[in-house]
Ligand binder design. Structure first.
Ligand SMILES: *Cc1c(COP(=O)(O)O)cnc(C)c1O
Length: 428
């Protein structure tokens, strides 16, 4: 084992600015040099079992040869071409395949390069849909407590301000409407009253279906989504599902909305869209929304167009990723992971300091009573050979769907034993 840090880390660290990181006090980041399956190799030769799948993108594990070959072939032919006035096969084929997967009603795809931007595009679609219909006063988005939809200014305005990521920007932009999810009758009544009072000003209701991810891994029943669909219809507003976290099998079905038996008017996808290889996102609209832009008036066109829109390499990766959902048993793997997560995390339930243990599909979360020392926990997990990154009160696993059962058992076992040891040493 080589214990010295690589030169590129020691020399480059003075010039890099890392995400969500207090650069003065944070540990140096772990130098990753190679990935394979659900493992990350570090510069000193240590190999970590990856519990996060790189912010839940790498659903097929790392370095899947089918995606690598597709990207290499596309790289040799045409890496990228502007999407204004030009079209290419990977983007148009991907659009058609995504619509087939999503099923009837969702049939126009707008590509972008990040999840946040795909949510911004969804919000723009909703607002402009209404202004094209002669209702330009519908400028508000109704979103939910516990929600996370991105870090850009537009999306910060629909995140829960108390989840602790955006406090530095309080007051910097317009906030939209924030409600509690209608998980019980009192909350449903409150939402109903809000919609009633604001009905002619709400462009859309925006929600992460089944699981609010980065806002705290909070889960809700499919019936909540059916209720939102019913309310949106009754109040004549649009419904947007942000499936950037939940899409592509993470909750046990290809898309979370399938479990609720209702469809949104607009859906956003990213994260696992390319199997964790290249940045790509999609905003998919229903025919009704698309037809709201269908006009002889050029001002009724959707005015958005990122430079790298529909990047051909990313679209080739996404097509290969969709192939893998057909040729390999991904959803069966997610069901097996769900069982292992339930079994493996169950012992945490009775530990002092643990408030809740939640599992859905390939998502396992342990919620603590108090915010733990994240840096100390990360170090402990790293020493145990596990890549696990707690946030807020949450320690979570979102593994690759191909993770072998023995690796997953090691991760859940590590979480249980680390929590048992830390609550034992701080008995208050
Ligand atoms: C990650 C995430 C986003 C933001 O995506 P970025 O690619 O990081 O901009 C938006 N919504 C949800 C539900 C997410 O999980």
């Amino acid at each position: 084992m080589n214990t010295s840090l690589p030169d590129w880390l020691t020399n480059g660290h003075a010039h890099i600015w890392l995400p969500y990181t207090q650069m003065k006090t944070a540990d140096l980041p772990a130098p990753a040099t190679r990935t394979q399956g659900s493992r990350i190799e570090l510069a000193d030769g240590r190999v970590l079992i990856d519990g996060i799948a790189s912010w839940w993108t790498a659903c097929h594990g790392y370095n899947h040869p089918h995606i690598a070959q597709a990207v290499q072939a596309q790289l040799a032919r045409m890496p990228h071409i502007m999407f204004g006035g030009l079209a290419h096969e990977p983007a148009l084929t991907l659009a058609r395949r995504l619509c087939t997967l999503l099923g009837p009603g969702l049939d126009r795809v707008f590509f972008t390069e990040s999840g946040s931007v795909s949510v911004e595009v969804a919000m723009k679609m909703a607002m402009q849909y209404w202004s094209n219909q002669g209702e330009p006063q519908r400028r508000r988005i109704l979103a939910f407590r516990g929600g996370y939809h991105g870090d850009t200014f537009g999306t910060m305005a629909v995140c829960d301000p108390d989840i602790g990521m955006h406090a530095a920007f309080d007051g910097a932009g317009a906030r939209h409407e924030l409600c509690e999810l209608p998980t019980d009758e009192a909350r449903a009544d409150a939402l109903e009253a809000r919609l009633h009072a604001q009905a002619d000003r709400i462009a859309a209701i925006l929600v992460e279906p089944l699981v609010q991810g980065a806002g705290g891994m909070r889960m809700h029943a499919p019936a909540v989504l059916a209720r939102l669909r019913e309310m949106a219809d009754r109040h004549g507003t649009l419904l947007i599902f942000d499936e950037i976290f939940t899409g592509f099998g993470r909750t046990g079905s290809m898309f979370a909305f399938e479990q609720a038996g209702v469809r949104p008017d607009i859906i956003t996808l990213s994260k696992a869209l390319t199997g964790g290889t290249l940045p790509l996102a999609a905003t998919v609209a229903s025919r009704r929304v698309f037809e709201g832009f269908w006009s002889d008036d050029p001002a009724h066109a959707l005015m958005h167009g990122p430079t790298y829109m529909g990047n051909a390499l990313a679209c080739a990766a996404a097509l290969a990723s969709l192939d893998l959902f057909e040729t390999e048993p991904r959803l069966a793997q997610v069901r097996a992971i769900e069982v292992l997560l339930r079994e493996g995390l169950a012992p945490c339930k009775t530990l002092p300091g643990v408030r809740d243990v939640r599992v859905m599909g390939a998502i396992g979360a342990v919620e603590l009573e108090r915010r733990p020392d994240h840096a100390a926990l990360r170090r402990t997990f790293l020493e145990a050979g596990a890549w696990i990154r707690p946030f807020g009160h949450i320690i979570y696993l979102t593994p690759a769907f191909v993770m072998p059962p023995e690796d997953l058992r090691r991760l859940t076992g590590t979480i249980c034993s680390v929590l048992a040891a830390s609550t034992a040493s701080h008995p208050d």
